[in-house]
Ligand binder design. Structure first.
Ligand code: GLC
Length: 551
């Protein structure tokens, strides 16, 4: 593999950072973050070592699903700025060595989108077939509603249209009809538009739903995966290295299909949802076995495909793939109050409060995320250890303003706190205790630790590119995995238990040589003896080690 190829397939070894301009930095003092503010703060991301910015929806919206309800795919919501501001942001990000991907929300529009308004008015509207209508729909028992707190069916009756329309999400988000070639053309036009403005790809929202037709597949006559192949081919024609990052929360065997077939011709990067859920089970039990098994089960990917590794995102921490008992264990450990739980399947908390602010455990968690075989994806504020605000409704509890300093509103905005678009977090994880400015000054802060970790991660491409296996650490609390690529081998060790561990690690196929610590301040080496090595781990400790030849 030549180095040039590693640049072509940039998503294999990227550091992705997700944020919403609305909650990042308010440059004009109106209480809402904006694109100009984000551009002003871009050096924070560059300094951290981020290589790809994922921008959550910034399009015109009535804001009933935090921007995932769009009324115009070709614009910028005026609260956040203008198209000009967007281009200035992209240009600045590129100057700092960062790529930019944006959300592509094409499963549904807002019911306020002019297409839907026209469609519901008349069966003769040219937009009628942009959506999926039925006179008497049968609820497909396999497809439940995504938000059971708000909806009880994926079909809603529209008085104006005098028909039912399909919506997997809220009833104010009618599903687009992907079976209609005109809609597919429109979607390509949307992707093409933003590629032309300089984006490097898209995080594709709600992919399986996009291809779900509410039990009327027969009518739509579309092979779901053929659509993704078309979209990908279109992107490749417009921009060879544009990448898709897919939100597909399915079991592994169904999930891999979204990479495409042997040619890896669909989505390049998929979130490792099943693995992520096992991480929380392993954390809750302080036992590495669920995680080791999940890592063994993680399907290998081709050179052009990649797993996206994450611990938290902007939604609830979904635990839907765990058994009921397992989910209860995680709830008991990390979100025992009903108010912390959502939809009966997830937690609306950020990681630091779940781990009771324990820095050892937090660093263990991020060391793991950054060393798992894939591309790490951070959610804004994770680098400083922000918490959630449970006073805010539903999933929005984790989308509070970024905490820049201990000034008013955490330095996010100058406005009177009552006029903030969303309140800041208070208390132990609020800006007085957790903010960028303080942590920049403190060499031992989470921020500076993570910056060093990211630097090391970028220097260790084996984690992103390599073949992986789980090693025998002889201790149920310890996960040991190896990633090997192009003659380089790295090991990562994670002790999920509170108590220190002394382990004997067995490394198959390697007899001698020595291991060098990558994260310690002193460079220590450990000699291998017939493929074995004795190592110590602190309670909740972690180590990254590189294999070198014999000394
Ligand atoms: C995805 C997004 C979520 C949004 C939903 C509907 O699941 O992650 O935030 O509400 O799609 O667009």
């Amino acid at each position: 593999m030549s180095s040039a190829r590693t640049a072509d397939l940039w998503w294999k070894n990227a550091i992705v950072y997700c944020l919403d301009a609305e909650t990042f930095y308010d440059s004009d003092g109106d209480g809402t973050g904006d694109l100009v503010g984000l551009t002003e703060k871009i050096d924070h991301l560059a300094g951290l070592g981020v290589t790809c910015l994922w921008l959550m929806p910034f399009f015109p919206t009535p804001g009933r699903d935090d921007g995932y309800d769009i009324t115009d795919y070709y614009g910028v919501d005026e609260r956040l700025g203008s198209l000009g501001d967007f281009v200035a942001l992209v240009r600045t990000a590129k100057d700092r060595g960062m790529r930019v991907i944006i959300d592509l929300v094409i499963n549904h529009t807002s019911d306020q989108h002019p297409w839907f308004k026209s469609a519901r008015r008349s069966p003769n509207s040219r937009f009628r077939d942009y959506y999926v209508w039925q006179d008497e729909p049968q609820d497909d028992p396999d497809t439940g509603v995504v938000f059971p707190d708000a909806e009880d069916s994926i079909w809603s009756y529209d008085d104006q249209a005098e028909q039912y329309y399909l919506h997997h999400f809220y009833s104010h988000q009618p599903d687009l009809n992907i079976g209609n070639p005109v809609v597919r053309e429109e979607m390509a036009k949307i992707a093409g538009f933003w590629l032309e403005l300089g984006v490097d790809g898209f995080r594709v929202d709600a992919v399986p739903y996009l291809l779900e037709t509410g039990g009327i597949d027969g009518d739509l006559r579309l092979d779901p995966h053929s659509y993704l192949k078309d979209l990908r081919a279109f992107m490749a024609r417009r921009r060879g290295d544009a990448a898709l990052l897919g939100e597909v929360n399915l079991p592994n065997d169904e999930l891999v299909a979204y990479f495409g077939d042997e040619q890896a011709d669909e989505i390049q990067m998929l979130f490792a949802f099943p693995l992520m859920q096992q991480i929380y089970l392993a954390f809750a039990r302080q036992d590495a076995r669920p995680l080791a098994e999940a890592l063994r089960d993680l399907p290998a990917v081709s050179d052009a495909s990649q797993w996206a590794m994450f611990l938290r995102n902007h939604d609830e921490l979904t635990l839907d793939k765990l058994s009921d008992d397992e989910r209860e264990e995680v709830f008991a450990a990390f979100g025992p109050d009903e108010d912390m739980q959502l939809f009966g399947r997830g937690l609306r908390r950020r990681l630091p409060p779940m781990l009771d602010g324990d820095q050892r455990r937090l660093r263990l968690a991020y060391s793991l995320m950054f060393s798992l075989p894939g591309t790490p994806v951070l959610f804004y504020g994770e680098e400083i250890g922000m918490g959630e605000n449970l006073d805010i409704d539903g999933r929005l509890s984790v989308r509070t303003p970024m905490q820049w300093s201990d000034d008013k509103n955490g330095g996010f905005s100058d406005v009177a706190p009552s006029r903030l678009r969303r309140p800041v977090t208070e208390g132990r994880f609020g800006p007085l205790a957790v903010n960028v400015a303080d942590q920049e000054r403190d060499p031992d802060s989470l921020l500076n630790w993570m910056q060093r970790l990211i630097r090391k991660r970028r220097e260790t491409p084996e984690f992103g590119w390599g073949a992986w296996d789980v090693l025998d650490a002889g201790d149920d609390a310890v996960l040991a995995h190896r990633c090997a690529w192009e003659g380089g081998t790295v090991l990562a060790l994670h002790n999920l238990a509170d108590a220190p561990r002394e382990i004997t690690l067995r490394i198959p196929q390697i007899d001698d040589g020595h291991l060098v610590d990558l994260l310690e301040t002193r460079s220590t080496t450990h000699r291998l003896d017939g493929g074995r090595v004795d190592l110590k781990l602190e309670g909740f400790g972690h180590r990254w080690l590189r294999l070198r030849g014999s000394v």
